[in-house]
Structures are given as C-alpha cells and as structure tokens.
Design a protein around this ligand. Structure first.
Ligand code: ZN
Length: 429
C-alpha cells in the first residue's frame, strides 16, 4: 500500500524541516557579531589585556543562548590557565673566562634567580647547515638546562629570534621547562658561568569551550578559532587599536554562527565542540593548554578557522585548507561541496608554512586531522597585523557564504559518514 497523499505530504514536510538546507546562516547576525568583536571597545583583544574578557564573555553568552553544554569537567564555558611572564633584570655570562656582551645571547628562564655553569649544564652546538627553527624549538622545550652555541652562519635569524623573544619570555604554569641560553659564537666553549636575575608576573587566560553532545561521545569534531589579537600598536596616525576584524574576529564569528547552526539541527552522530582560543598571537598558549585537556585519539577532525573575511586569490566562493595533503580532510570537504557553488582547495602559499602557524598545529603534531581554513590573500593583504584590520574592510557576504559552506562541508564528518585519515606524525615538523 502506498502512503496516502496526506502522509506523504507530512513526510515531505518533516524531511524538509530536518534537512540541513532549510537552516540558513543569518548574514545580519554575522555582521552584528563581527562588529562587536572588532569594536574599539575591546582594544584589539590582546591576550594579557583586561578587555579580552569582554570578548570571552560575549562568546560564552552566545554559547549559552544556543543551549551548548560545558565541556568535560568544566564548571562553565571557560577553560582557564595561567602563564608566567619573565622579565630579565640583570644577566652576566662568562665564557672561557671572558665576559660576553649581552647583545650576543638571550634565553628562557623558569626561575627568578638562575645560575648555570659548565659543571651542571649541557653545552649543545648548533652547527652550520641545520634547520635553525626546528633545533631552536626542540631546545626551547627541553626540561634540562642547556647552553646552545649557535654558529655565526645563523646571524640574521638569531637576531630576529633574539629581538622577538627578549620581549616575549613567557611560559605556561605547570609546564616543566629548563633554563635555556642561546649564544652566538664560533668559539669552542671549555667552561662558562651565567647568572641571571629576573622578575615574574602571572596572568590568567581563558579559552571558551561549548559542546553539543552527539550520539557518540568519544568521537569529537572541533570547530575553532582564536579570539585574541595583537592589541594596541604604536602608530603614526591617530588610530592605535589593531581591531583584528579579519584576524580573527572573522573566525570567531564563524564558530559562534556554526554553534548556532548546529544547535538547531537534530542531535548529531558525533559530539561537536566549539572552541575559541586565547593567546594564539603570543605563541599558541590556548591551543596548547586545550590539547592537554583532551585525548587526541577522540578527536576525529578539527576545523580551525582563520581570517575568512576577505575573498581568496582564486575568487569568491573559495577557501583554502592548510596541510591539504596531510590527511583526507580536504578531500572530504571538497567532495561534500561538489554540487554547490563553493569550493575548497589546497593552501596556495606552501612556502609560508601555514599548517604550523595556527592553533591546529598542536593537535596535528599529535596525529589529529587538524587543519586551518582561510580565504585571505595573506602575502599581499595590506591590513594583516595592522591597525587598519577594521570591520569596514570585511566582505560580509563572502564571510557569511564561507560560514555556510563550512557548515555544509562538515556534514559528512558530523554525521560519521566520513572520517578523515590521521596526520602522519613522523612527517610533522
Ligand atoms: Zn594574527
């Protein structure tokens, strides 16, 4: 027996209501959310500023209004941790009996009063022809004290790291770190001694996390973006606030709107986690803390959203994915949008190393198919990390189309019809 027309009609109606195409992402809401996140009132959302809490409260209020639950054992939408900022007051370094000028060394110190010498500290040579960045990162995360002698071949990069890190000496509370001193020299070091005095200050930082529980609680799909930016800049003109409308109020707007979108859908098969990270611009502290709280094996995919407020070089209705060939995540997204106007493709800036320049990197290093989605022509964008990164420069309809496309493209992963392959951790560097 065939269903009567009436029943058939009801089935059609309920199918239509339950179908994702019937739910749209409101362009007006997108504009309003972005405008508030990028307003001068938030003073550029520097992670160590007091104004960043306004952004965090605003995001949490949206999660609340969509009925999102708290993650894991959290008592609210905030995932709090502390970082310690170390300011060097005085330092002295003697090598082979000679005093070394402080322009030739810098370091990371976990205490306020540090004595290092050749009797208690390992000496490591960073010789010619190595990858400076990777040796630097390895040494910097060492738990043991070290003196790293850097060959003068690395003069340029040493100088850049020195000027950056002299002002950004911060560590996460609870993370065990050695005292690491980097010295540029071609000399063989027979003996040395160093005395550093410093003062420390603690800051409390917060990620914002909300979840929609799926039928499978141990299979998690993450939608994330960093909510911090670079704060106040010294500027020649009257405007000194780096609003970060594109970087990354646009990504946070997407996370809020995706939370709204999925909260109106029937219960998903997989658990959805909506996260905004703090302190990305300061070196990814927020995503590092987050990754300690979450079993990476439970995370099926991470959609990390970065700077989607301007159309990509390949035109409107396109977005690119970092690390496209590192897992099948990109292929799945491309396949999901095959019959739509929107297209996802591989990151067109392979030389910029973007796969490791955002909050997806920590989880990708643990094997999670964690990728960043972006649209901004980052190599030529005049507003990147400038005070001109304002609401008025954002293409709202492009932003809203991109959020909509991500919602649709995520469908097969959210419903567990598709599962991206893991990132090969032996290739990750
Ligand atoms: Zn940035």
């Amino acid at each position: 027996m065939r269903p009567s027309f009436k029943i058939y009609f009801l089935i059609l109606v309920s199918f239509y209501v339950g179908c994702s195409d019937s739910i749209t992402v409101s362009e007006q809401d997108t504009a309003e959310i972005l405008k508030i996140l990028a307003s001068d009132d938030l003073k550029g959302r520097h992670a160590l500023s007091s104004e960043i809490t306004k952004a965090e409260d605003f995001i949490a209020a949206h999660f609340q209004s969509y009925g999102l639950e708290y993650a894991n054992d959290e008592a609210d939408y905030f995932q709090s941790f502390r970082i310690k900022e170390v300011s060097i007051l005085d330092s002295e370094l003697l090598v082979n009996g000679n005093e070394i000028d402080e322009s030739r060394y810098f370091g990371f110190f976990s205490q306020d009063d540090v004595f290092l010498s050749s009797t208690n500290t390992e000496i490591v040579y960073l010789e010619k022809g190595k990858n400076f960045r990777s040796v630097f990162n390895e040494m910097r995360s060492s738990k043991e004290d070290k003196l790293v002698i850097v060959d003068s071949e690395y003069d340029d990069i040493f100088g850049r790291y020195q000027s950056y890190y002299s002002q950004n000496n911060r560590i996460m509370e609870g993370e065990e770190r050695g005292n690491i001193l980097f010295l540029i020299s071609d000399e063989q070091v027979n003996n040395f001694s160093a005395h550093i005095t410093a003062s420390s200050k603690f800051y409390e930082l917060r990620n914002v996390v909300g979840i929609i529980k799926g039928k499978r609680t141990d299979e998690i799909v993450i939608f994330s973006a960093h909510h911090d930016h670079i704060g106040i800049r010294t500027s020649a003109n009257a405007d000194s606030i780096a609003n970060g409308a594109n970087d990354n109020a646009s990504g946070v707007t997407a996370v809020i709107q995706l939370a709204n979108y999925f909260s109106k859908q029937p219960q998903p098969e997989r658990t959805l986690m909506f996260v905004t990270f703090t302190a990305e611009e300061m070196g990814g502290f927020g995503s590092r803390f987050f990754s300690k709280k979450q079993n990476p094996d439970d995370i099926v995919a991470m959609f990390n959203i970065e700077m989607i407020g301007k159309p990509a070089v390949s035109g409107p209705n396109t977005a690119w994915i970092t690390g496209y060939d590192r897992s099948t995540f990109g292929e799945i997204l491309s396949a999901s949008t095959e019959n739509s106007e929107y297209e996802f493709y591989a990151d067109p800036y392979p030389n910029q190393g973007l796969f490791y320049r955002s909050d997806n990197a920590v989880l990708a290093r643990l094997g999670v198919p964690a990728h960043s989605i972006s649209t901004t022509p980052i190599d030529v964008d005049p507003d990147y990390h400038e005070v001109s990164d304002e609401y008025e420069t954002i293409d709202i309809s492009h932003l809203n189309n991109t959020i909509t496309a991500i919602a649709k493209a995520a469908e097969t992963i959210v419903s567990a019809k598709a599962t991206p392959t893991r990132v090969d951790t032996t290739l990750v560097d």
